[in-house]
Design a binder for this molecule. Structure first.
Ligand SMILES: [Zn+2]
Length: 421
């Protein structure tokens, strides 16, 4: 097995890791393989660390599908490589660039005629989402305040929305999205949830009087902006690295200090799972960390939204060991997913990160529980299961928001019942 990894490395010895140009997506494909033995899982993990292919989902276990994007140029090489280790593949997306272009055209068409306000029929860029937060603070001053909590590497202002009317001593649910730039459904869903609470505040009066929601919809602003302007499939931050190849950015969800870089991350600045040169090297993650620390005594739940795969996960991500109170986290996750599934029949897997997905240290959910002491810390991987992956069509934003809101409400009601004085 190892020899094949070496072979790939040699063949592509001169190759540069994924170029930033949007054009690298034209003719690109996403292939799915399902490893059937441990050696194949091991092989795929090695292949991922070579940085030649963009792993949309990570190798986790026997029987769990792995989606790999390859440039048009490298399709024959990837197919040959997979075949060589006995992995059958099927094509999930036959032309990534074409799909990106189609969705971009549809979005621009909608934007040309549509209102400036968000309506969740298309995806919105960073400036639009931040402007919308400010609008909430203006239109619902008794419910919403917005604070500037720092700047990104490229100097974008990061904002924290505080939503609630019970006063500062109430328990807090801290919600974020968009840590991985290309996972557009995450900020869309987080803003959808906020909008539901704000525009139906009478319905949720009891909840909003007893629980505070602290929300940062897009915590990787530079990466997110870059997915709109340059590379739709960008994942990381945009900070410079020491790479001679000019590779930029760290994986912000490998950058947190709890068991940083112990497993499931890379030291290579060109890798999509680059942990960064040190814990909290990324200013955006320091900004979020500072807010969580500031309110840690009152934060009872941390919800961080990703896509895709439909998973509701709790710590730990750095080890297959479970937290002592894992049963509490599992029980609440089961209840939340039950409510989520009841809306549109969307099924989710539940479990600890390591046992559900793969071991990966340096994640924000592990840090929130392990360092900040937030008991109910969850990473939620939204729709879908790979038909579109990160390129989830806009007409799925509202259904995703509807079902996820039901799950979040279960968590929120539980936090109110358990912690509100
Ligand atoms: Zn993610």
């Amino acid at each position: 097995m190892k020899t094949v990894v070496v072979l790939v490395a040699c063949v592509l010895g001169m190759a540069v890791a994924r170029p930033d140009l949007h054009t690298h997506l034209y003719g690109a494909q996403v292939l799915r393989v399902v490893p059937e033995e441990a050696a194949q899982v091991y092989y795929l993990k090695g292949l991922q660390l070579q940085n030649y292919f963009d792993f949309w989902t990570e190798p986790r276990a026997i029987g769990s599908p792995v989606d790999i994007m390859t440039t048009a140029f490298q399709i024959p090489l990837l197919k040959h490589t997979l075949t060589h280790v006995g992995l059958e593949f099927r094509t999930m997306i036959s032309n990534v660039g074409e799909l990106v272009a189609q969705q971009k055209a549809a979005r621009e068409g909608a934007r040309a005629s549509g209102p400036l306000s968000l309506d969740w029929t298309s995806y919105y860029d960073y400036e639009e989402i931040m402007a919308w937060l400010d609008t909430l603070a203006t239109e619902y001053p008794e419910l919403c305040t917005v604070e500037e909590v720092g700047n990104s590497y490229e100097d974008r202002v990061m904002k924290l929305l505080k939503l609630g009317k019970g006063g500062a001593d109430k328990p807090i649910i801290f919600i974020d999205g968009g840590i991985h730039a290309r996972e557009w459904i995450a900020p869309a869903t987080v803003t959808y949830i906020v909008n539901e609470l704000v525009t139906h505040s009478d319905t949720y009066d009891d909840l909003l009087s007893n629980v505070n929601f602290y929300v940062m919809p897009v915590i990787n602003p530079d990466g997110y902006a870059y997915t709109f302007t340059d590379d739709r499939l960008w994942r990381k931050t945009r900070s410079p690295t020491n790479s001679v190849l000019g590779c930029r950015g760290a994986d912000p969800n490998r950058n947190w200090s709890f068991h940083w870089n112990e497993v499931g991350a890379s030291d290579s600045p060109c890798s999509d799972i680059y942990a960064g040169p040190e814990p909290f090297s990324e200013v955006e993650m320091r900004n979020v960390r500072d807010q969580i620390n500031k309110y840690a005594d009152n934060i009872k739940s941390y919800l961080t939204f990703h896509s895709y795969s439909q998973l509701w996960m709790y710590p730990w991500g750095y080890t297959s060991d479970l937290p002592e109170d894992w049963q509490d986290l599992d029980d609440l996750a089961v209840a939340a997913v039950e409510a989520l599934t009841a809306v549109h029949g969307t099924t989710y897997e539940i479990g600890s990160s390591t046992n559900t997905i793969y071991a990966a240290a340096g994640g924000s959910d592990d840090w929130a529980k392990g360092e900040a002491g937030v008991k109910y810390s969850y990473t939620i991987e939204l729709r879908d299961t790979g038909r579109y992956g990160f390129l989830l069509p806009e007409d799925q934003i509202i259904p995703t928001g509807e079902e996820t809101f039901e799950g979040v409400k279960v968590v929120a009601n539980f936090i109110r019942d358990t912690y509100s004085p």
